[in-house]
Structure formats: C-alpha cells, structure tokens
Design a protein around this ligand. Structure first.
Ligand code: ADP
Ligand code: ZN
Length: 218
C-alpha cells in the first residue's frame, strides 16, 4: 500500500529540510507546495499569487488543490510513497487529500515537527535559499562553500520575500488559525517529533518514525 507522509509544523520547524532528506533516503517522491508556488512566481513576479505568498497569507484552497492534482498526475513514480511538505494546510485541503488517498488506495501518516515561535523566528531569519534549485542554507549554521553561491548548482542565494520577522509572525498566526486544527484532524495517524534540536538529531528521530511506519504497512 502506498504511504503518503505529511510533514506538519510551524514555518521554520524544518519540514522542507527533513522531508528532502527522508525522500532521498527512502526513494519517496517529495511534493512541496511552497517550492512549487515559488517556482510558479518566477514567471509572474508581480501577479496575484506573488502578492499572497510574499505577504505570508495562504493561497486559496482551489488553487492549491489544482496544483497538487496537476503535479500528482504529471510527476511519475510514487511506488515508494509520497512526502507532502506544506500540504495540507487547511481542513478543506485535508478533506480533498482524503479523497485523493482513497482513489490511490494509499495510507496517510503525519509527522508533526514541534517548535516554539522564538526559535522558529531565529531559524527563518538566517535562512537563505538557492534562486534556481531551492536548496536551503542557513547563516551561520549551514554555510555554502562560497559565500552567496549554491554548492549544488552555482546560482545566487537569496532571502525569501516572506522571511522577514514581521512576515514570519504573520505566517505563525496563519498556522495557528488555519493549520493547527489538522493536529486534531489527524490525531489517529500522527507522531510528534521535537524539532528544536540540530537537524541531524531531528533527522534521527524522524527516520525512526519512518521505519516504524514502513514496518507497520500491511
Ligand atoms: P513555510 O512553511 O516556511 O511557511 P512554505 O514554503 O511551505 O513555507 O510556504 C510558503 C508560502 O506558500 C505560504 O506562506 C503560502 O503563501 C504558500 N503555500 C504553500 N503551501 C500552501 C498550501 N498548502 N495552502 C496555501 N498556501 C500555501
Ligand atoms: Zn542551487
């Protein structure tokens, strides 16, 4: 049975970083709605979508669902499972995912990365991302080999438009209001991981959860 794993947590909890490592280790497909939106924005940097994302607001559910469904149709190999990072973010999105999961005959597991606001702000303020390949760095904890340049593809590193302190607080608020209810929604499929440790330590715990889930699949 296909495993669909959802990484849930406040902005800055490390969803993208952990999801990326896990997807590589377990051969799972990773689907990050945030990355997909940022990619789409490159073609329309002043459009409606860019305004929503850079303000730290949620993209309307219909647009998110359209993107997720389109990506799932085009993306290919889901035999080892899918990791969603940044989706679902509202009950409405979760209801739609339930339907998708039913059609695929898949099973959902949720990993909740737990982290307080202060630490999240500190983490996000130091975040730099590659303008081309979306690889994530952190000043001073995860520096590129050459200042301002992506190790992976050589493109420039940039700060995300929504990574200012004011926007981070806004996104945190949006999380508490719209996304936190998903913790109750998924209570029977959810494991909690302390996300306040360094990435390698968080990873070890996430990895343990993933292995337990894999063994649990019958
Ligand atoms: P973070 O978790 O750090 O906020 P993401 O990269 O997951 O970052 O998302 C960045 C932005 O993209 C969000 O603030 C929102 O505007 C938009 N977005 C991403 N995923 C969704 C979603 N599932 N529903 C609505 N908006 C989304
Ligand atoms: Zn890069």
């Amino acid at each position: 049975m296909t495993l669909i794993c959802i990484f849930l947590g406040v902005p800055g909890s490390g969803k993208g970083t952990q999801a990326n490592r896990i997807s590589k280790q377990f051969g799972m497909a990773q689907l990050s709605t945030g990355d997909l939106f940022r990619e789409a924005l490159k073609n329309d940097p002043n459009g409606k979508l860019a305004k929503i994302v850079s303000a730290g607001d949620l993209v309307p559910d219909e647009m998110v669902l359209e993107l997720v469904k389109r990506t799932l149709k085009s993306k290919g190999d889901y035999s080892k499972g899918i990791i969603f990072d940044g989706f679902p973010r509202t009950i409405k999105q979760a209801d739609a995912l339930k339907e998708i999961v039913r059609e695929m005959g898949a099973k959902i597991q949720v990993i909740l990365l737990e982290l307080g606001l202060e630490k999240a702000i500190r983490r996000i303020s130091g975040r730099r991302i590659c303008s081309q390949c979306a690889m994530v760095y952190h000043l001073p904890n995860h520096l590129p080999k050459e200042e301002g340049i992506c190790d992976h593809c050589g493109a420039d590193l940039i700060s995300r438009a929504d990574d200012t302190e004011e926007k981070i607080k806004k996104r945190h608020h949006v999380y508490l209001e719209s996304t936190l209810p998903l913790v109750g929604y998924y209570k029977n499929h959810l494991v909690r991981v302390d996300a306040s440790q360094v990435p390698d330590d968080v990873y070890r715990n996430v990895e343990k959860c993933m292995k337990a889930m894999a063994n649990d699949q019958t």
